[in-house]
Design a protein around this ligand. Structure first.
Ligand SMILES: *[C@@H]1O[C@H](CO)[C@@H](O)[C@H](O)[C@H]1NC(C)=O
Ligand SMILES: *[C@@H]1O[C@H](CO)[C@@H](O)[C@H](O)[C@H]1NC(C)=O
Ligand SMILES: *[C@@H]1O[C@H](CO)[C@@H](O)[C@H](O)[C@H]1NC(C)=O
Ligand SMILES: *[C@@H]1O[C@H](CO)[C@@H](O)[C@H](O)[C@H]1NC(C)=O
Ligand SMILES: *[C@@H]1O[C@H](CO)[C@@H](O)[C@H](O)[C@H]1NC(C)=O
Ligand SMILES: *[C@@H]1O[C@H](CO)[C@@H](O)[C@H](O)[C@H]1NC(C)=O
Ligand SMILES: *[C@@H]1O[C@H](CO)[C@@H](O)[C@H](O)[C@H]1NC(C)=O
Ligand SMILES: *[C@@H]1O[C@H](CO)[C@@H](O)[C@H](O)[C@H]1NC(C)=O
Ligand SMILES: *[C@@H]1O[C@H](CO)[C@@H](O)[C@H](O)[C@H]1NC(C)=O
Length: 644
């Protein structure tokens, strides 16, 4: 994605990971895995079923429909109200966010959903967008790359965890930086609506939300921090009667950090010579929360890949996991409440760490990384009865330095030219924060515990032209607020480029990746189960479940040809996606939702959806009539392999 401050440089790299996924299946997600296995065996991918229609293009609606595969979100049945928050075209919009006003509806509601619908035609990069209510980030998304005839997408998002913010007037700041010229012609026509309604449920949104941000709304500016250019810290005075507090971090790498998971060890950045400098700080990243300078928790980020990433043909019309909805990571900071409830300012800082190494197998976490990460934080608070003051023992923090294992080895040909590089990084760490909390309901020991492991095995071969990355991030987190989460993010990417005569070049890629999450209870942001639309699932309700298990998987193959002399670039690709959502803790443990999509060369050729019953086949009428063209960048920018 293009950084806010640079002319969109899209970078990318290669990856790894099928075995980790299998092991995850065994350990974490037995149920969805079985479901997927049976799904795979039951589907003949070579011969699309006859029910799928491949009709002629629809002349009245030529826009290609892009999707992010995700479970349907509960929408209102009875009384509801819809408000249009934004109708805006982002053309030349760097430094020019949309600014508007939000006023709460006059009737009572406990649910809010967003409908963000975008159309675009022409040629354009993927772009990052951050939306704020005053100084608080409430939604982070990115765009699909348009076609000449145009694309459209709609993303529906449940916003109810921010209910308290929707009960007050807010300044809307929607920042979608874009550049338009003769070559990059695509603008973004956007419509954002909010629908308010009431649902019977057990969601317990925070009573108050405080931002950790650069606080630019008074001057109509977006409030993201850029790391490392800025220190992402605020000093905040919190109310004194808090019984539960959660910190969420919204963060993603841009520019030299977009493909952080394919970066190399700092000692290897010039391994292939000074003309092909690679990006460093290793492929490991850690988001850290520091409260008054003390580590309070960490988040190991999911590797989001934007729609221009690696080979753009992977991501049209099915975008990468989370590309339309960049998720936040959460840290339970309840054990800090005895400290935070003293009515004095406390510092909340978000840092992004990588690894610096000495080239001899030793490394340590850094306090900074390349440029840049766009980060904000939110403090979600649940209040105790008015007048009470939370007290207790100060937190005890057990956070030993992470364990690092680093390896790297280059092979040279007889004339001394480096031919290949192999490297691996393993990181593990645990963290425990505990305190005794005294609130109006008595004395209680509260804890936040994290156990995380990461590995990345990568290689460059073919003189540095080919890269393979195999990465797995996994972890488990437990809090005394009846919450636990286990996750596993396998990633495998292979990419190779060739320079052809006359300046043309090709990139070929393969990828497999997943996001698997098992959750019981919620911190601030509800699980997909709590926001799921059960109307398609007769007899099922959210209530019998103690938790949810979601499993998201994409794999594919794609190619790209850039013809700079023609100012054109072409692509093709096949991407398959499996998504599954299951409830845990009910008698049956049934899978509630499953979707299986296969996209070939800009066209969805298979789309099956299951709500715990028969498989529904969706047909997508319009086969893409467009030439499969994409925005063009240099090789190194496409692959994220160091400065041009
Ligand atoms: C073509 O698209 C229009 C507008 O979306 C829709 O109303 C119409 O039913 C479509 N026609 C066909 C043949 O799919
Ligand atoms: C979302 O909004 C668009 C227009 O802004 C509308 O056409 C579409 O029907 C809406 N989708 C849903 C599911 O509400
Ligand atoms: C975007 O809006 C402009 C102005 O209304 C319109 O001319 C253009 O066709 C729209 N583009 C798409 C792709 O819908
Ligand atoms: C948001 O900022 C506006 C001023 O731009 C202010 O009037 C409003 O009260 C603020 N809303 C909240 C919830 O702080
Ligand atoms: C690369 O650059 C470094 C620092 O500028 C220099 O010391 C080194 O000799 C250069 N290596 C080559 C192969 O040019
Ligand atoms: C060194 O040998 C490799 C093949 O092993 C070749 O590709 C490369 O061009 C050679 N480099 C020089 C400087 O001769
Ligand atoms: C580059 O690729 C384009 C598209 O395939 C082709 O038309 C053109 O001839 C190629 N240019 C060269 C110099 O090979
Ligand atoms: C994705 O992986 C599955 C399972 O290995 C395989 O059957 C399928 O062909 C792959 N799909 C694509 C598009 O590569
Ligand atoms: C997809 O496009 C590529 C490049 O044009 C082509 O080689 C391939 O056959 C196409 N695949 C299908 C299934 O149409």
């Amino acid at each position: 994605m293009d950084g806010h401050d640079t002319l969109g440089r899209r970078l990318k790299k290669s990856g790894n990971g099928f075995l980790p996924f299998l092991s995850f299946l065994l350990i974490l997600v037995a149920i969805p895995r079985v479901a997927f296995a049976s799904l795979l065996s039951g589907v003949d991918l070579g011969a699309p079923r006859t029910i799928l229609s491949r009709r002629a293009p629809n002349e009245t609606s030529p826009l290609l429909n892009c999707i992010q595969v995700s479970p349907p979100v509960l929408s209102p049945s009875k009384p509801s109200q819809t408000q249009t928050l934004m109708v805006h075209t982002f053309g030349w919009s760097y430094g020019k966010p949309f600014v508007g006003n939000y006023y709460p509806p006059s009737f009572d509601f406990n649910r809010v959903t967003f409908n963000f619908t975008v159309t675009s035609a022409g040629r354009q990069y993927d772009r990052l967008a951050l939306m704020f209510f005053n100084d608080t980030e409430i939604f982070r998304t990115s765009t699909a790359e348009p076609t000449q005839n145009g694309i459209i997408w709609t993303y529906i998002k449940d916003m109810s965890h921010l209910l308290s913010m929707f009960k007050e007037p807010q300044k809307i700041i929607f920042d979608l930086g874009n550049l338009v010229d003769d070559t990059y012609t695509g603008s973004w026509n956007t419509t954002l609506t909010a629908t308010f309604f009431t649902a019977e449920d057990t969601m317990a949104p925070a009573d108050a939300i405080f931002p950790v941000s650069s606080r630019q709304s008074a001057s109509d500016g977006p409030s993201g921090f850029m790391i490392p250019e800025q220190k992402a810290a605020n000093a905040i005075i919190l109310p004194q009667h808090i019984k539960k507090a959660v910190f969420s971090i919204s963060a993603c790498g841009q520019a030299t950090e977009e493909f952080w998971w394919s970066n190399v060890l700092s000692s290897d950045t010039n391994r292939f010579g000074n003309d092909t400098t690679l990006y460093g700080y290793s492929p490991f990243r850690e988001l850290q929360l520091l409260i008054d300078g003390t580590l309070a928790g960490v988040a190991w980020p999911f590797p989001v890949i934007f729609t221009g990433g690696i080979v753009p043909g992977f991501w049209r019309p099915v975008v990468g996991i989370d590309a339309f909805d960049l998720r936040e990571d959460e840290i339970d900071i309840t054990p800090f409440l005895p400290l935070l409830s003293d009515g004095k300012p406390h510092s909340f800082e978000i840092r992004v760490a990588g690894i610096n190494d000495d080239g001899k197998g030793h490394g340590q976490l850094t306090e900074t990384v390349g440029s840049n990460w766009v980060v904000t934080g939110k403090i979600f608070l649940w209040l105790d009865s008015t007048g009470s003051i939370t007290t207790g023992s100060p937190p005890t923090i057990t956070a030993p330095d992470p364990t690092l294992a680093i390896y790297s080895s280059a092979k040279s040909s007889t004339n001394g030219t480096v031919e290949s590089l192999d490297y691996s990084i393993e990181v593990s760490r645990s963290l425990l924060v505990t305190s005794t909390l005294e609130t109006s309901s008595g004395r209680q020991v509260v804890t936040w515990q994290q156990t995380l492991t990461y590995s990345n095995d990568g290689s460059f071969t073919n003189g540095g032209n080919d890269q393979t990355t195999k990465q797995v991030t996994s972890g488990s987190e437990v809090s005394s607020n009846d919450y636990s989460k286990a996750f596993d993010y396998p990633l495998w990417v292979y990419s190779t480029y060739k320079v052809l005569s006359g300046g043309n070049f090709t990139i070929d890629g393969k990828m497999r990746r997943g996001k698997n999450v098992r959750k019981t209870g919620d911190l601030a942001i509800p699980s997909e189960l709590k926001t799921f639309d059960f109307s398609h699932s007769p007899g099922q309700h959210g209530s019998p479940f103690q938790g949810s298990m979601s499993s998201d998987w994409q794999n594919g193959t794609a190619s790209y040809l850039a013809a700079p002399a023609l100012k054109r670039s072409f692509g093709s690709g096949t991407t398959e996606q499996y998504y599954s959502l299951a409830g845990i803790g009910d008698a049956k443990g049934d899978e509630l939702y499953r979707r299986h999509v296969l996209a070939v060369n800009d066209t969805i050729v298979l789309d099956e959806e299951t709500f715990g019953g028969p498989v529904l086949q969706h047909s997508h009428s319009a086969q893409s009539r467009d030439k499969q063209t994409f925005a063009k960048l240099g090789i190194k920018a496409m692959l994220g392999r160091g400065p041009i």
